[in-house]
Write a protein that binds this ligand. Sequence first.
Ligand SMILES: [Zn+2]
Length: 266
Amino acid sequence: MKPIYTSLFVVFTLLLACKETTKPGSEQSEHQVTTIESHGEKHWSYSGETGPEHWEEIEKGSECGGKFQSPINVVNYDEDSKLQPLKISYSDSTHIHDVVNNGHTIQYNFDSGDYITLHNKKYELKQFHFHEPAEHLIDGIRYPMVLHLVHINDAGQYAVLAVMAKEGKSSEAFDFLESHLPIQVGETKIVDIAFDMNLNLPVTKSYFTYTGSLTTPPCSEGVEWFIFKEPITVSLEQVIALRKLMPLNNYRDEQPHNGRSVKVSN
Ligand SMILES: [Zn+2]
């Protein structure tokens, strides 16, 4: 592709991505929920003048400049024997509705059916997406990739599970997910196939937990984070297949703790 065509292509794909953010309509609440972590009103990005250091100024009304942001470096955590195992209710019959490349990440949106229970409230799994490399650090270590499983309850409160992925044996679940790729920026593909989300979880479910924010504009705070201690494994080829479709280094740097404590379950 000649340079001028390349630039036109980039502009065109950005326009497509932009158009989607302003999509009005009946599905507004669902749209809001499923894409809120990945869409802003302007074209925030992961580098340069629209990169994370500028989110606060370009995303008016966002909480990106807040004091209790995510991700963080998970250090100085306290064991808390009162922390309960996570109540995860993922069914093998829940369908993935579609997969979208929104220009920030590859995101799989779910039909209703999968949920977790927190404080006796149901938090529905709306979508999961990828960051490469991972966003949260664990004892200063950054994994090659992370999956964020975004849940929301009736009151609009978020809970996100983070599943770290390290390089190793290939994942059959990823083979299935990636069979719907590649996908271009601004494109949505209907999947409509049952997927057992348990296949993307580690065997051991112990976790770190703290309260932070969405890691993309509008960076809303009050998000309950659950970061599994044990990573899953994916092959290098599986990481590369996703990396090729996402912005380079689509992660936000660590944010200050500002007095927040991190707890770790047994
Ligand atoms: Zn995320």
